[in-house]
Design a binder for this molecule. Structure first.
Ligand SMILES: Cc1ncc(COP(=O)(O)O)c(C=O)c1O
Length: 455
């Protein structure tokens, strides 16, 4: 095939999409563009502009990662300065200044138990790393029967092999090629299949009879560990699930922590989406006080400005590896582990979160959104409004209805994400009061407008 150049200096959407259709393989399915695919060319604050000059309020933060919105000068300046000085230096046989500083800075936010950070490039790599650390940890201590990794059946932990094996509903892997030793249990208080989230915490639309409020929702895990605890290496879960904003209640997380302690199992918290402010605190686990043994973060760490992820463990876990390094070194890493410009971005992002009181904004906008969405809660085609911080889902009665809501929002110049029958809101954490009012108004109108349609 001959490569056709894009001839015009500022090609429009149609021109770009026709070239895209011939050469790009997009992630996820469908892997090809459709005529309404948005080709983004610029962004400022919470708005993104397409190649035809239309601007949109991006209420999904690109892929839930643009947590500080677009064009944040403090971050782009830090990256440019670091690139000009030293783009990176291999962490396998050396170190670089931003990686050292960022690891120390993260320990200041997660400590005193969680002190050791291993850098990688994506959320999936972080989960892959967590799984390897957990299994190695037990093996090094000669507790060799502990290999099982337990996740919740509605979770999403990524698309690489181990991460996908932890997320069978979201990223199914054919049984013939699926890695062994991964098990799922139902999530907190859920009695139906994936997508039904009774008693999942957050803000249920209809409190109804629901599950026993005194119950912690951890019975499925309790039963599993009672039988298989001695074979289990780790439990992995998200404080708020990124796909449908199902909230693991504080009571649930504390119960899981206690169960892990009782059975000698490590607790991995996947805060790839919730970490660095999304829930209104720096980390989702801080609402419950139930600290993990291993914490995975990514999206909010470099806020979409660079590709960066972190796995932060307790000093105890690091010491176990360190003491046994002759016998069982941890042979794991990536060329770009601790990339200097990415770590410079991370440092700048944390500065912005702290100096610009971003967490307080998240909590104020969360309250504003939930109050505004009261208007649509009673609608019969809406099953639940739930979430925490600026990760909120409206669960409708069907995926086609959710698709129509999303399409109407786009016509109104607002981008939201749809996952199955959920409309997911995850705007940048810097969204203003005025933008939030616009988002809530358009969403309310879209939800009401599709009331008469078939689900
Ligand atoms: C909770 C969670 N874990 C892991 C991942 C995977 O991250 P990545 O897409 O960077 O590999 C995601 C991505 O959406 C996520 O939301």
């Amino acid at each position: 095939m001959t490569v056709a150049p894009i001839v015009r200096a500022a090609p429009n959407q149609t021109e770009l999409l026709s070239v895209d259709a011939d050469y790009l393989w997009h992630p996820w399915s469908p892997s090809r563009v459709s005529p309404d695919t948005l080709v983004a060319v610029a962004g400022e604050g919470c708005e993104v502009r397409d190649a035809d000059g239309r601007t949109y309020l991006d209420a999904k933060s690109s892929g839930l990662n643009a947590t500080l919105g677009y064009g944040c000068r403090a971050v782009t300046d830090a990256i440019s300065a670091q690139l000009a000085q030293l783009m990176t230096y291999d962490m396998g046989e050396g170190a670089n200044v931003p990686a050292i500083r960022l690891a120390q800075r993260i320990a200041g936010l997660t400590g005193p138990r969680l002190t050791r950070t291993f850098f990688c490039n994506s959320g999936s790599e972080a989960i892959e790393t967590c799984v390897r650390i957990a299994r190695f940890y037990h093996a090094v201590r000669e507790d060799t029967g502990r290999t099982l990794i337990v996740s919740l059946d509605t979770s999403y932990h990524g698309a690489t092999m181990a991460a996908a094996a932890c997320s069978p509903a979201a990223t199914p892997v054919a049984p013939e090629v699926a890695p062994g030793g991964f098990v799922t249990v139902p999530g907190p208080g859920r009695t139906e299949g994936p997508g039904h989230a009774e008693g999942s915490g957050g803000h249920p639309a209809d409190p109804g009879p629901g599950p026993d409020p005194a119950a912690d929702g951890a019975d499925a895990l309790r039963e599993f560990l009672a039988e298989h605890g001695s074979r289990t290496a780790a439990v992995v879960l998200e404080p708020v699930q990124a796909r449908g904003a199902q909230v693991a209640s504080d009571a649930y997380l504390r119960a899981v922590r206690a169960l892990c302690d009782r059975h000698g199992v490590l607790l991995i918290l996947d805060e790839v989406t919730t970490g660095f402010g999304r829930t209104g605190l720096m980390f989702g686990y801080q609402h419950s006080g139930a600290e993990p043994d291993i914490l995975a973060t990514s999206k909010g760490l470099a806020a979409g400005y660079m590709s960066l992820a972190a796995v932060t463990t307790t000093q105890h876990i690091f010491d176990v590896f360190d003491r046994n390094k002759e016998r069982a070194g941890f042979v794991h890493g990536h060329t770009h582990s601790g990339h200097a410009a990415a770590c410079a971005a991370g440092l700048a992002v944390i500065d912005v979160i702290e100096k610009e009181r971003v967490l307080a904004n998240v909590r104020a906008r969360e309250a504003q959104l939930f109050t505004a969405l009261e208007a649509v809660r009673p609608l019969p085609h809406l099953r639940e409004v739930r979430g925490r911080g600026l990760l909120i889902a409206l669960e409708t009665d069907g995926s086609r209805r959710a698709a129509r809501i999303r399409a109407r929002m786009r016509q109104d110049g607002i981008l939201v994400r749809r996952t199955g029958r959920n409309i997911l809101l995850a705007p940048p954490l810097i969204i203003t009061e005025t933008e939030t009012a616009r988002l809530a108004g358009a969403l309310t109108a879209a939800v009401e407008a599709v009331a008469g349609d078939a689900g």
